[in-house]
Every structure is written in structure tokens, then in C-alpha cells.
Design a protein around this ligand. Structure first.
Ligand SMILES: [Zn+2]
Length: 108
């Protein structure tokens, strides 16, 4: 049972890491760029075996995935920044109102 879980976790990690430009192969070894059929370039484990546990990823696809991930990251960060700016405006207003209240009470 534990063995199945480990295999599942491993496959999941491979699938998850198999998105964007790989820094290392799923097995932890270095990746090289290789030119394949029709001049297509691939990120590939230097001694690639097609056993499902090593990477051979089309460079163009990896770049597209990477750009899409970066675009999503930027969208998320812009959204977070806008939310924070609104919060700061709200808090600034509250501080001004509190200052007025404090001034009003010390003038009594
Ligand atoms: Zn590998």
C-alpha cells in the first residue's frame, strides 16, 4: 500500500514538474537541449530512456507553458496589489476619522 502511494506521489511529481522549462529531469539529473526530428528542439534527460520517468519536452511547448504560468502569476500579483491599495485607502480614511474624533474629544 505504501509502495503504491510512493509510486503515485512520484508520478504526480513528474507530471507536475513536467510543466514549463525544466531545471532538472524527474530523476534529478541534468537536462540538455537536443534537436530532434524536423529541427524541433527538446529539453531532454541526457541519457533519455522512454520509460515514463524521464523528461523529453518540446522546447516550444515548455516555453508556452512557462509564459502562461508567468502571465497567471502577474495577473494574481496585480489583483493582490489592487486589493491591498483599496485596503490602504480604507484604512487611511479610518485613521483620518479617528484623528478627527481624538481632536474633537481633546477640545472638550
Ligand atoms: Zn531522468
Amino acid at each position: 500500500m505504501k509502495q503504491h502511494k510512493r509510486e503515485y506521489d512520484w508520478l504526480f511529481a513528474v507530471a507536475d514538474a513536467n510543466n514549463g522549462i525544466p531545471k532538472k529531469c524527474a530523476c534529478g539529473q541534468s537536462i540538455v537541449v537536443e534537436t530532434g526530428e524536423q529541427g524541433r528542439r527538446y529539453y531532454v534527460y541526457k541519457v533519455f530512456e522512454d520509460d515514463g520517468s524521464h523528461f523529453r519536452i518540446c522546447c516550444l511547448q515548455a516555453l508556452e507553458d512557462e509564459v502562461n504560468d508567468l502571465k497567471k502569476d502577474v495577473r494574481d500579483k496585480v489583483e493582490t496589489r489592487l486589493k491591498l491599495q483599496l485596503k490602504i485607502q480604507k484604512i487611511s480614511k479610518e485613521i483620518e476619522e479617528l484623528k478627527k474624533l481624538v481632536k474633537g474629544s481633546t477640545n472638550d
